[in-house]
Design a protein around this ligand. Structure first.
Ligand code: TYD
Length: 147
């Protein structure tokens, strides 16, 4: 994986998406279909984070292979994405808004509102081996240096 994303601009590594809302007088209904329909990947895993608050920082890792789609289905949170050269902060505060993340992005989730429910769709099943949790190691990988 050495030099995996050398030369890729951060703006090419994440995307903010808006999903169709099929709501009517009965309430709202947001649909996210995988496999290139609403998001680029086939959904293999779903998890959600709630009960966090503005004192915690979650994430703090990169993934070798997984793609993710993050949606604050309730409340809000912020996501900082970093590719070792550039970073950006995205506010997730609408149930119809998603953040698509390519593999090998370092990410922090923070500033959770008390009512935050952060839904995460993933392209792969959980595999702890594809998580990079050491930032120095991550920097060595994206900068193409030997360990
Ligand atoms: P962690 O990666 O720290 O969560 P986050 O990225 O949301 O901050 O995961 C917390 C624990 O849960 C850790 O022991 C790994 C485990 N876990 C799974 O077993 N499966 C999963 O799909 C996820 C996301 C985490």
């Amino acid at each position: 994986m050495e030099g995996y994303n050398i030369g890729m601009k951060l703006e090419e590594q994440y995307k903010i998406l808006y999903f169709k809302d099929l709501g009517d007088e009965r309430g709202n209904l947001v649909v996210i279909e995988g496999e290139g329909m609403d998001i680029p990947f086939d959904i293999k895993r779903v998890f959600y984070i709630y009960g966090s608050d503005d004192t915690v920082v979650r994430g703090q890792h990169a993934n070798l292979r997984s793609e993710f789609l993050l949606v604050n289905v309730k409340g809000s949170s912020k996501v900082r994405v970093n590719n070792g050269s550039e970073s950006a902060v995205i506010l997730l505060d609408r149930p119809g808004m998603g953040l698509h993340l390519s593999p090998m992005l370092w990410k922090d989730m923070y500033d959770f509102s008390e009512d935050s429910v952060l839904l995460v769709l993933s392209s792969l099943h959980y595999d702890g081996q594809e998580y990079i949790r050491d930032y120095e190691e991550y920097l060595r990988m994206v900068k193409g240096e030997r360990k």
